[in-house]
Design a binder for this molecule. Structure first.
Ligand code: AHM
Ligand code: MG
Length: 341
């Protein structure tokens, strides 16, 4: 079970939480804490605009198509700009990569550079924003491997997920929540808009070993192979870890679907599909979606796989590589892996 937050008068802020963990690491310099601090500020600015969607002229598309071939929403673009603007001046990053940008984003010469690389999806699920459904920002933090006096190489960015030194997301929902890990468990904070601070809500979040909910876009069933279709169908009957039908929930925003899976258990899947019959592939991006969620899942005692391999061990071949994703409760994910064999 996750540990509940302290009563109101003893609540701790995310900054206090970060400093506490920093103190516990004798080699910590404070730069990682600075990075998260600036990331949180960017998230608050994004939250401010997301909650005003419908009031400000922020809904709809910009008319542009992004590197993924998708319509760029005005809020996607805003979130991306805010993150790049705020984070390039932290002094602790040597590069960034965004779902919205084709290439690695270098830190301009005007700013100090550091050891960390930030990869993010600025506004995941943004096709849902026009209908007032939860969206989120997902982030992944790596440490560069090449010497710091050299230019950052693509190989610094294309590291497998187990190398992440931090990962998390901000969920813009009925309340704004920050969930993060630095490899010492998963902790969840809620933004109190009256004081502008994220306050600790849950520490050491643990995913139940078996859940009661499966989450997948079943409208795609005719694009799946037979084993995938049978694996998804097994959650409707009794041939599954629960031995009884699961409930089905699918928001269509990874951050929202993952957040529910993290807290309540079960499985979220985005299988490989044959929409392009010659090039079967998953939809979700390895570096800015699957890898950070997988670090969180494993830190919470869950599991994440592409159906064959542990997501965290996959070495990305390109910045925008896509993978199938099966993530959530250990027993539910293992069940699907067995079905796919
Ligand atoms: P996005 O990054 O362009 O918003 O796309 C990713 C989203 C995820 O949030 C979600 O899990 C998935 O796409 C939903 O896809 P679909 O509409 O095909 O079910
Ligand atoms: Mg996304």
């Amino acid at each position: 079970m996750s540990e509940q937050a302290a009563p109101q008068h003893r609540q701790i802020t995310v900054t206090e939480h970060l400093l506490l963990h920093q103190k516990q690491s004798p080699t910590a310099t404070g730069s990682f804490t600075q990075l998260l601090y600036d990331l949180i500020l960017a998230a608050k600015l994004i939250a401010r605009n997301v909650t005003k969607a419908g009031l400000l002229d922020v809904l709809g598309g910009t008319g542009e198509i992004n590197v993924q071939g998708e319509d760029v929403q005005k809020l996607d673009d805003y979130a991306n700009r805010i993150l790049i603007h705020r984070l390039q001046r932290t002094g602790v990053l040597c590069a960034m990569a965004s779902e919205e940008n084709a290439d690695v984003i270098n830190i301009p010469d005007a700013f100090r550079r550091g050891e960390y690389i930030l990869i993010f999806d600025p506004l995941d699920g943004s096709s849902n924003i026009d209908v007032n459904i939860n969206v989120g920002t997902i982030f992944s933090i790596l440490r560069r491997i090449s010497p710091s006096d050299q230019d950052v190489a693509l190989s610094d960015v294309l590291q497998p997920g187990y190398k992440q030194v931090g990962a998390g997301y901000v969920l813009y929902g009925p309340s704004t929540m920050l969930v993060y890990t630095t490899g010492q468990g998963v902790h969840a904070f809620t933004l109190d808009p009256s004081v502008g601070e994220f306050l600790l809500s849950l520490s050491n979040v643990k995913i139940p070993e078996t859940g009661k909910i499966y989450s997948v876009n079943e409208g795609n069933v005719s694009y799946w192979d037979e084993k995938t279709a049978l694996a998804a169908a097994s959650f409707k009957g009794s041939d599954n870890p629960r031995g009884a039908p699961y409930s089905h929930r699918y928001v269509g925003s990874l951050v929202a679907d993952f957040h529910r899976t993290l807290l309540k258990g079960g499985i979220f899947m985005y299988p490989m599909d044959y929409k392009d019959p010659d090039h079967p592939k998953g939809k979700l991006r390895l570096m800015c979606e699957a890898a950070p969620m997988s670090l969180l899942a494993e830190q919470a005692g869950g599991m994440a796989s592409d159906g064959r391999r542990r997501i965290l061990e996959i070495i990305p071949d390109t910045l925008h590589a896509r993978v199938p994703l099966y993530i959530g409760s250990k027993n539910d994910v293992q069940h699907v892996i067995n079905k796919l064999k």
